[in-house]
Write a protein that binds this ligand. Sequence first.
Ligand SMILES: [Cu+2]
Length: 164
Amino acid sequence: MFKRPTLLAIGLLSSLIGLNAIANQAANLEIENPFVREMPPTAPATGAFMTLINRSDQDIAIVSAQSDAAKKVELHTHIHDNGVMRMREIPEIVVPSMGQAELKPGGLHIMLINPTRALNEGDEVRILVTLKDGSEQEIIAPVRKIMGMGQHRDAGHGMKHHQH
Ligand SMILES: [Cu+2]
């Protein structure tokens, strides 16, 4: 006796999924206010920050990123380790359905390691992110100076925290 409603439900569900599949994750991901932090030319790395907005009803995940401005690009977060902020590579940055993810100094970020050129304020950095469904989105992020980055002091790669 449940056959009819069940079939109907499945039909509805598959048509919904079918509709959703047309728009890939990249089409549902909005990037707001992207920027790359200006660093001295000798700096081994810098970070890209932005707000990621997901207007779809399914989570979207960035699983990798690349850029011609850096030899290596990683997805990072910060963790508190005994009162010291450290960066850690993570496998993906998730943007929850109908929600957003904030990439900001001291939090989630896209790490540009070994920049291939000096990145000065006013320059633009192209970053290509790959999403879990294989779709890609290009981000154009202007380079900006950020002042008062005290919380980043101890967050460098391979830097030891010295007690004096
Ligand atoms: Cu980092």
